[in-house]
Design a protein around this ligand. Structure first.
Ligand SMILES: [Zn+2]
Length: 397
């Protein structure tokens, strides 16, 4: 093979020279040998002084395949002799970084593949152990995503919890409400996650005192964490979570009534789906139910509809309208509804703010698809840290 041509492709230039290529046809491996020119000087990794080379050690790293051949670069990495610092290994060459098995281009390929397939599939495809792949992945997510955040700019934050595997291993995800970027991910969903976020901001050049607002669900632990670590921030409860509470109450009323009213069986989604999304058959059944105003479920359904309408009310009328709704809802004397009203009372300010500001966790709604993708991409992720890095990666893609 023509050395000069390959040298250009590999970007070999002074003080580096392409010394040799060794093609092993039986194993389909190509070894490329790169050295530095005699008399070259390199910067001391400690003080930056240009220093003479003391000696060199060959490092063999995997590079992008060449046709059907696996390609390795054998780079003679110099050790310089510094008058101040003594003999030191030069940290990186134009093709690699310190202490890794792969060239930078090969690492970039790994990172691209993480977007398209699971870690175990990449491992099979490239024939590299997944431990190594995860190490590369974690390094670049740290360097290219996390370290590039400007945490000083963050003012409004969404917090969401989600399961790593369905039903267990919860993580909390903090998203910048203004950019939609995933800024902090940690295991757990207790109040401690706020302590960790607080520390994370400090460690990364942000100021916890800058955070003006949290949008979150109504979980007791989140509220406790916010109060303890971000007491100056406002809280807005997420619309989706508030409405979920109302829907749950409606469904509980139905479940109670099914015991007496046979026809309510298997009608859960008729009540919970938005009317526009019902099939013709379902819409017919709903009409039938609603014509019977003695049904508790019908009463609860109307309460729920009025509740939903609170989000369309003009700002100045919100609080009176909530009061009016509470009065009407209370007069229905339905236990699950009363429990929900208690929730409203206990979270009053955050709910009013939700309606007034229209702020929701919707920016993190894309998070559902991110999480789904993360679960499949991170198959065989080995430890929660890898999974968490995957959420940063996909959540900022
Ligand atoms: Zn030095």
């Amino acid at each position: 093979m023509e050395l000069d041509g390959l040298g250009i492709l590999l970007g070999v230039k002074s003080p580096w020279v392409l010394k040799n290529i060794d093609v092993q046809h039986h194993t389909q491996v190509i070894d490329v040998y790169i050295e530095y020119e005699r008399g070259s000087k390199f910067e001391c990794p400690h003080c930056g002084e240009l220093c003479k080379v003391h000696d060199g050690n060959v490092k063999r790293i995997r590079h992008l395949d060449l046709f059907d051949y696996r390609c390795y670069l054998n780079i003679k990495v110099p050790r310089i002799s510094c008058s101040k610092d003594g003999v030191k290994v030069v940290h990186s060459t134009p093709w690699d970084r310190k202490g890794n098995h792969y060239s930078l281009k090969f690492e970039a390929l790994i990172i691209r593949l993480y977007k398209e397939m699971s870690a175990s599939a990449i491992s099979r495809e490239l024939g590299e152990p997944d431990n190594n792949l995860w190490r590369v992945f974690n390094y670049w997510v740290d360097k290219d995503i996390i370290q590039k955040f400007d945490f000083k700019q963050i003012k409004r934050v969404c917090v969401d919890e989600t399961a790593v595997k369905r039903g267990h291993n919860y993580i909390s995800i903090f998203t910048d409400l203004d950019t939609g970027k995933v800024i902090f991910v940690t295991e757990g969903r207790k109040k401690e996650v706020f302590e960790l976020f607080y520390g994370w901001l400090w460690d990364n050049g942000g100021f916890p005192g800058n955070i003006e607002l949290f949008s979150m669900d109504m979980s007791v632990s989140y509220q406790a964490g916010q109060k303890e670590y971000f007491s100056a921030a406002e809280v807005v409860f997420d619309r989706f979570h508030i409405k979920k509470g109302m829907n749950k109450a409606l469904n509980l009323v139905r479940i109670e009534e099914v015991k007496r009213v046979e026809s309510l069986k298997k009608s859960k989604y008729i009540w919970l789906k938005s009317e526009a999304k019902l099939t013709e058959n379902q819409a017919g059944r709903l009409e039938q139910y609603l014509s019977d105003s003695t049904l508790n479920t019908t009463i609860a359904y109307q309460i729920k509809n009025k509740f939903d309408q609170l989000w369309n009310v003009q700002s100045y009328a919100i609080e009176p309208m909530i009061e009016k709704w509470i009065q009407e809802a209370t007069s229905a004397c339905l236990k699950p509804i009363n429990t929900f009203i208690k929730t409203i009372r206990n979270h009053y300010n955050g709910i009013v703010k939700s309606i007034k500001t229209g702020i929701t966790n919707a920016v993190s709604e894309g998070l559902n698809s991110v999480m789904q993708l993360a679960r499949s991409r991170a198959r065989g992720y080995r430890n929660p840290d890898n999974f968490i890095k995957m959420v940063y990666y996909l959540g900022n893609a």
